[in-house]
Design a protein around this ligand. Structure first.
Ligand SMILES: Cc1cc2nc3c(=O)[nH]c(=O)nc-3n(C[C@H](O)[C@H](O)[C@H](O)COP(=O)(O)OP(=O)(O)OC[C@H]3O[C@@H](n4cnc5c(N)ncnc54)[C@H](O)[C@@H]3O)c2cc1C
Length: 189
């Protein structure tokens, strides 16, 4: 899942997926929510450190930037180099093991804090709505008020980003419409 660093903050599918959890935490009263990115989730930090240190040992004259090439998006690597005060053309052999370990740690656990979300009029993901506990699932009728049916976006359902909200709206819409028509006597059951 992609993530984008923008001028207003973070965005992209992975961020939309996280946003509902972040907003819930903020609503509980937290002022900041920490986010941790693991750019290389399939390998342990130790394995990456060992590999990079071996590479550095074999190529001490190569720039450290080139040793890291391809391991993560280039602009992210450039940012981490700046953060750790490593020059773009700095030779790998001139760096201490400790600084290399710290930079790899950032690749595995890059941490920053979220202070808020965009306002509702800019929202892609919105939570809340009629609780599905208040709905009869096979007819979509309200348990609280007879002859009232709900479907789609008005329900408190968090569909997985990527097509499931429309599927859910179509399925619950068909169920609700059909059952409302049956109840009103317009369609035979
Ligand atoms: C930017 C964006 C991107 C999305 N991308 C995806 C995606 O890729 N995949 C996915 O599955 N879902 C996606 N969704 C979610 C998906 O569009 C919704 O879950 C789905 O459209 C909900 O259908 P619905 O019929 O319940 O509501 P809506 O599609 O919102 O329909 C409600 C309709 O009611 C009308 N209406 C409102 N008030 C009144 C009124 N008082 N009188 C008469 N009419 C009224 C509105 O004008 C609207 O036409 C996205 C949503 C947004 C905002």
């Amino acid at each position: 899942m992609d993530m984008i660093f923008t001028h207003f903050g973070i965005s992209g599918p992975a961020v939309l997926r996280c946003s509902q959890f972040v907003v819930k935490e903020l609503k509980k009263g937290r002022t900041v929510v920490p986010m941790i990115i693991d750019v290389l989730p399939h390998e342990s930090e130790q394995i990456i450190v060992d590999r990079i240190l071996r590479n550095v040992e074999m190529n001490p004259k190569k720039s450290f930037k080139n040793i890291l090439k391809g391991i993560a998006p280039e602009r992210f690597i450039l940012y981490l180099l700046t953060k750790h005060q490593i020059k773009e053309d700095q030779r790998a052999g001139s760096l201490s093991k400790q600084i290399i370990r710290q930079l790899i740690h950032d690749l595995k656990q890059f941490t920053f804090t979220v202070h808020g979300s965009l306002p509702l009029d800019k929202a892609f993901v919105t939570g809340g709505g009629v609780s599905i506990k208040e709905i009869v699932p096979n007819t979509m009728q309200s348990k609280i008020m007879e002859r009232l049916y709900f479907c789609g976006e008005i329900l408190d359902i968090h569909g997985y980003t990527g097509g499931y909200n429309i599927t859910s709206a179509l399925v619950t819409g068909r169920l609700a419409g059909l059952n409302a028509a049956i109840e009103s006597g317009h369609v035979g059951s």
